[in-house]
Design a binder for this molecule. Sequence first.
Ligand code: PMP
Length: 352
Amino acid sequence: MSTYWSELTESLEPYVPGEQPKDRTYIKLNTNENPYPPSPKALEAIREAAGADLRLYPDPTCDSLRETIAAHYDLTKEHVFVGNGSDEILAFAFPAFFSATRPILFPDITYSFYPVYAQLYRLPYETVPTDEQFRIDPKSYSVPNGGVVLPNPNAPTARYLIVNGIKEILEANRGQVVIVDEAYIDFGGESVVPLVAEYPNLLVVQTLSKSRSLAGLRVGMAFGHPDLIEGLNRVKNSFNSYTLDRLALAGAIAAIEDRAYFEETNRKVVTTRERTTAALRELGFEVIDSLANFVFVTHPVKEASELFAALKERGILVRYFNKPRIDRYLRVSIGTDEEMDAFLDALRELAV
Ligand code: PMP
């Protein structure tokens, strides 16, 4: 605590991201990064952009990137917003669409940044229970509320809700905004981006951090009715006009355009995920079926906290959440086949 902090700063409980350790080289399976490098075309575009033009501000409306994204998703650029990672888009969306009078709803087990944003903007929220298998019941979102936010697939459970389930939530909440956070949708789920034409209350948020291997570039995108996009722009332009720099714009455009590379690396991640899931089940783990680039696993006997520590000692970093309901689970990002083999070998060594 500092004498100079505001009352708000003092009350904050900031989000804690997964470790990015510097003490040694780990097999990093803890922050859902992509094990494959970004598209060579994206890297080339970033190198080309690293020139004299960096003395100039970037385009504040990010028109070429938004046009590229819109063309890729069959929309117009008026339906597209981009930000410095999808976290920043979420940070704009909360004050843009939610208010202090009615609570925001999100699942009890979900991305732990949502309550942090609510707290920052002093917005009330209520969590909606998932069932014992962490499944989301769309019907439980048919209660009075001031807006809904949920990831699909959910994090960290990897549970996927079918499009009709999302539709049910959208139908029941026509008076307020429903944010579907599709950070992990490209690994096998069906996106609801096409529904933005039908539902003016739908905002879909995606990221280039996972399926396009660009966590380090910080680019997120959102899709919605032009009124929602304008709402996001009003907040953004009350905060920072230049959220995406010239390198990010250039790299993101090239990454979106390189569809073949995106599809190839996603296919590899999915194949490795299925192989890893089968091997973990053989070792006695319960693995929730995943359509993401991570698996959420528990063992009937072995404590997750102990496995986490023992794996870390062996140079393998996974994610452990010491929280109610999920403290017997590990979240394991999907790496390369070699990385997952090392992870599975370490588990065998630990006599799991
Ligand atoms: N949403 C979910 C559900 C996530 O897991 C993450 C990654 N931590 C994000 C959003 C944010 O990703 P980024 O800011 O890198 O786009």
